[in-house]
Design a protein around this ligand. Sequence first.
Ligand SMILES: [Zn+2]
Length: 138
Amino acid sequence: MTTPDAGHAPQTPQTPQKRWYEGGCHCGRVRFRVRINTPHALACNCSMCAKKGMINLIASAEDFELLQGEEALATYQFNTKVAEHRFCTTCGIHPFSRPRSHPDGYDVNARCLDAGFEFLEIAPFDGQNWEASVDSIR
Ligand SMILES: [Zn+2]
């Protein structure tokens, strides 16, 4: 008889306001988890996010973990080439980026969360006028 593995997630008590959510790309090669501290997300209207239908969930580096699929990810960059838009080379989905606004953190595509994104409060972000808007989210 074997003891079931408790899994990779530590069994720590979590408040409803701060817990880990898992997500991934469409084909399943890329899997991640993100710790959501407050249920606030952004809908950016920049040229990239608009075409992706991105719901932006900003997370610090310690609140994001790539569980698998680094080898499946490619990086797309444009304009200032600061942000690193990561996408799955198999299914084409963009699960997250390293954003220009938070280069040490992550911008998770909340549409890739397993739990969906309906529990998030979504505020508009005027990424078309990035320089004038960015102070509001830093
Ligand atoms: Zn994929």
